[in-house]
Design a protein around this ligand. Sequence first.
Ligand code: SF4
Length: 225
Amino acid sequence: MSKTSDGAKTDHPSDADRPGAELWLPERRTLTSLREAASGCRGCELWRDARHVVFSQGRASAAIMLVGEQPGDQEDTTGEPFVGPAGRLLDEALEAAHIDRSSTYLTNAVKHFRHHAVGKRRIHDKPDVGNIVACHPWLEAELAAVKPAVVVCLGATAVRAVLGRPLAISRARGQRFDGPDAASEAGVFVTTHPSAVLRLRGKDGFDEAFDRFVGDLEAAASAAR
Ligand code: SF4
């Protein structure tokens, strides 16, 4: 929360609210030290209303890195990524694509849950570009530590964080992009966020959307081999 020139409070964060995560990165950047350091990050305003930082899950030797948007309500409560409804759909899709979740590295572009409260409910808000930029040093450090063969961007926020520019998911699917500096050998693939497929559950178009999601994951896994 910042203040306007006349001292009134405003919901719009100031630059001072978003110094960026770089200040909190440890000198020695293993996944363990990064995970520990991230819990103290104050690189943007999102830590204030969150219960946990949700860093990542997976091994440093993973060939496939999956990057989502941000933790959701259940992830924020447990501190683990992709454990809510979208995570369960991701599990189904990984199984259908014959990818063992434990062999992947799962993380998010933004490590704290951006939301607003309606009564007791916490409603998801999409992270804005300022949050993505502030949190990017963590993702860059993860890419450097894991050096995956393939990075899969799950949705537009992940695309913006990994490639540093916006891309239309519908046009970028099925293409291979060059990896960012911290993982320059990696191939980057783009697909939808599992929550977008989940929203179609029980409606026309779910099967097609799910199959296409699985197909994107299969293509990425094949490139990682
Ligand atoms: S969202 Fe990222 S930059 Fe912002 S406080 Fe959390 S870890 Fe730090």
